[in-house]
Structures are given as C-alpha cells and as structure tokens.
Design a protein around this ligand. Structure first.
Ligand code: FES
Ligand code: FES
Length: 195
C-alpha cells in the first residue's frame, strides 16, 4: 500500500473472493462501500452503517466482521470473502452447506439480512469449531469440544449481532443447527477458521 500523510488516498489491492482488485481509494472508505459501490458486490447489505445490525457481515481471514466498521485500507493482504464467494468455500457444491440449510429451513423472508446472516453463521461455526466459548457456554474454560455440541441457545447467542426485521429467527436457528450437525460441518468450521 502506498499511503501518504499528505494525500487522503491510497493505492491498495484487495483480495476478494479469490480475485485481486487494485484500486485507489479515499482512506476513509469503508470495506462495505468498496464492495458495494466500487466493485458492485451488492450481496453485502448496508443496514445501519454503524455496526448494529450485522447486514454487512463478511469474512476476513475466516473471521466475521462488520464491513461498515472496517476501513478498506486496513484489509489489504487479508483474504476477504463476501456472500458472492461463500459457495466456493465448500467442496464443489453450488451452494455452501449453510446456504442450503437456510433454504431448507425457510431462514429468510425478504432476504435483506440473509447474506450477513450466512456469513456470520459460517464465522460462528468456525469459532465453535476452534473451541471458542460464547457468553452462554456452560464451561467457558473448557469451551466447545465440537460444533455438533451447539444447541439453539448457543446459536441464538452467537448470532445475536445479526438482526432480522422479518423475524425469520426460528428458521435461521434451525438452519445453523443443521449446518453445525451436517456432514461437512467440520469442513465449514475449518474453512471459517484457518484461512
Ligand atoms: S450495516 Fe454494518 S452493522 Fe449494520
Ligand atoms: S429476512 Fe427480511 S430482514 Fe431478515
């Protein structure tokens, strides 16, 4: 990255869904605005634009982040995955197992929050797969032994940063639980964690 103290702009290259995107951007541009306004990756949604709704969630090096809170210049040399790229994380399927589970359990109504929910769910499964406890994990020192240990309470807590104005929460919880227990859940956890 070429960053000048005298210039409000930087030349950066962002790696998104496996493709490198060189660009010159105003240093104050958020990752969310780069995705939507510069690269037309409009699957990532803008809800509140200040970190409260989760609609803008993407994966950065396998961790879920609110892209409205990230300056794009800080994301250089990171591996960014938006909803347009999540299917490619799974083994050759047209859809990621979490996407499939959302369809199977009616985890969406209008769909506005869905890209963020799905990215967040993939990140959450990765966290659980690495043993991270949540606020409601019984033994926080021991953490989670396996993603298949997740129950509805855990899923609700871990997904609590993602709001759904349609109230599709029951379907979302069922979808995440199915993805957690589904064959390939460990792969999902690995993909969400090790990259
Ligand atoms: S748009 Fe980023 S959290 Fe709401
Ligand atoms: S499905 Fe409409 S906001 Fe969640």
């Amino acid at each position: 990255m070429s960053l000048s103290h005298h210039s409000p702009s930087s030349d950066i290259t962002l790696r998104i869904n496996g493709t490198s995107h060189p660009m010159t951007i105003d240093n104050r541009t958020t990752l969310l605005d780069v995705l939507r306004e510069r690269l037309a990756l409009t699957g990532t949604k803008k809800g509140c634009d200040h970190g409260q709704c989760g609609a803008c969630t993407v994966l950065v090096d396998g961790e879920r982040v609110n892209s409205c809170l990230v300056f794009a210049v800080t994301a250089e040399e990171r591996e960014i995955v938006s909803i347009e790229g999540v299917a490619a994380l799974s083994d050759g399927g047209e859809l990621h197992p979490v996407q499939r589970a959302f369809l199977d359990h009616d985890g969406l109504q209008c769909g506005y929050c869905t890209p963020g929910q799905i990215c967040s769910a993939i990140g959450a499964l990765g966290e659980a797969g690495r043993g991270w406890p949540s606020h409601v994990t019984e033994d926080t020192a021991a953490g989670m032994a396996d993603v298949a240990e997740l129950d509805a309470r855990e899923v609700r807590e871990r997904m609590s940063g993602n709001l759904c104005r349609c109230g599709a929460y029951n379907g979302i919880v069922e979808a995440v639980l199915e993805a957690a227990g589904a064959e390939g859940a460990q792969d999902t956890a690995t993909v969400g964690g090790a990259r």
